[in-house]
Design a protein around this ligand. Structure first.
Ligand code: ZN
Length: 263
């Protein structure tokens, strides 16, 4: 079986900043969140590439995108730096069947908002509180091998209301020590592509080193890589009727073909 080609994109900004907060982040992720995820997710069936915003073509040249089965996205303060042309190219690939796994503050990324078409805002609070992640859809492929719930000891609170479309399929719901709740793991389908959003992953805590979280993300990579065989984006031209049309066309004497010409 051929390997699943996973590309992990990280804006890689916080890890390179100066000061005590950045020192804490580097203590968890010395080579950046993207390289840490690459280490943690390493498996025989995955071929993982870690890239960042500061690389040529913002880390995602077209040939890499073409060879990516599942794209992971971690962004926060650099969302506006991502070029719209790159967002266009990623969107096209998702519609063609590339999986997309959006992490934590990526809820506000251009690509996530583009794919969902909503504002994707949420409540937040950073006081290092506890989060309990509950499995809602026990038999979903992304929830396999997990307990009914697990605790992230210290986290940033993300709370409802979460501005995502009502069609969101909820796999995980989180409860926070401070009293809020959040749909912390949700899936969507766009064109042929599968999308998963997972909120745990605030950069100042070693959340991507936690086995349950790594399990979720590994499951997500394998789930999002499954596209329909022979899927392709189809745009139909003028369609001949499969049955005879008996109605008399009231506009039979007029040529309406101009309506379909590009302006
Ligand atoms: Zn955060």
């Amino acid at each position: 079986m051929s390997k699943i080609r996973v590309t992990i994109w990280n804006e890689f900004i916080h890890e390179q900043q100066q000061g005590p907060t950045a020192d804490v982040i580097r203590s968890h992720y010395p080579k950046g969140i993207h390289e840490a995820l690459k280490e943690e997710l390493a498996a025989d069936d995955l071929e993982i590439t870690a890239v960042s915003l500061d690389m040529p073509e913002q880390g995602l040249p077209q040939d890499l995108l073409e060879k990516t089965d599942v794209l992971f996205w971690w962004g926060h303060v650099g969302h506006a730096k991502v070029e719209d042309a790159l967002v266009d190219r990623i969107q096209k690939r998702v519609l063609e069947g590339m999986g997309l796994v959006v992490l934590h503050s990526g809820h506000y990324s251009k690509i996530f908002r583009r794919m969902l078409g909503t504002h994707c805002s949420l409540r937040w609070r950073e006081v290092g509180e506890k989060e309990r992640v509950w499995v809602v859809d026990k038999f979903h492929p992304i929830a396999q091998g997990l307990p009914d719930s697990f605790v992230v000891p210290h986290t940033e609170m993300y709370g409802e209301p979460f501005g995502i479309p009502d069609e969101a399929h909820v796999v995980f719901i989180s409860w926070y020590e401070g009293g809020n709740v959040f749909r912390s793991g949700v899936t969507f389908q766009r064109g042929q592509g599968k999308i998963f959003y997972f909120s745990p992953g605030h950069e100042t805590f070693p959340i991507y080193r936690q086995p349950e979280v790594v399990k979720v993300l590994g499951n997500a990579a394998r789930w999002a890589a499954q596209t329909r065989p022979n899927a392709q984006t189809v745009c139909w031209d003028k369609d001949p009727p499969p049955e005879k049309v008996y109605s008399e066309n009231p506009l039979d004497k007029i040529d309406t073909s101009d309506l379909h010409k590009k302006a």
